[in-house]
Design a binder for this molecule. Sequence first.
Ligand SMILES: [Zn+2]
Length: 285
Amino acid sequence: MKTFSKSPSEKEFAEISCGLCGSSRYRRIWKSGGIPFVKCRSCGLVYQNPQPVQEQLLGRYDEEYFDYEKENEANFLNLMKLGLRDVGFFGREAQIRASAEALGRTASFLDIGCATGALIEYLGSSGWNAEGVEVCAPSARFGIEEKGLNIHIGTLEAAGFPDSSFDVVHCSHLIEHLTDPDAFIAETARILRPGGIVIIVTPDISGFQALLFRGGWRSAINDHMHLFSKKTLSKLLRKHGFVIQKSVSWGGLAAGTAPKLLKSAADRIVKPLGAGDVVCIMGMI
Ligand SMILES: [Zn+2]
């Protein structure tokens, strides 16, 4: 079964060049439900081409998207906490907070694509100065009005944070939705303080499930403009000055694609191989 995705209603599509290396040479790999995915001949990045222009794309994140986020709030928070644990964030938390406090400030955490703000609510309650960015206005308003959270409505670029604003920037299942991941990582590098860390979670096209299902892979959907592998995501981070600290991956077979015993065996096998369906990468600037 594919991941939740909105039906395309955009009228304006653009032929784009590679969001990682800038090359316009590619080969078509999948036409997935009518959605054309191509692979850069130079660096291997997979992306939709042509793809909707950003102004139209933002219209997808509406009330229906909010309902999906709200319904899955607890489940997604749990998954994000597991990702943060596996990549070693909680093991470094005390050290990051102590360094900030030594400089007379509270350690700061930005969750981009924070939806209703479940993660920043959780971290805020344990002493972080936690903020969010969210393009889905109904989701953001729910977090602001119902939970009193500090959420900026719109894109990261529109939030206009000053240089070196954060100790940690986190984005889970966000970067694959963007039309310009290169500009996004450049902006992330700018708003992190020197020594700050970025944690990115995204579907992994080099994982076992993508290799098995190809164009039928659950993440080959119209909401995903870019499909990264550990290699292409690491390259993008290094391009903007990040040093890769750690990467972990999970998910052998998605629920519903195999009997439970087979699924749990696949889930166990892929983890040490780094061949899971979703990758979490931590980089330091
Ligand atoms: Zn490329």
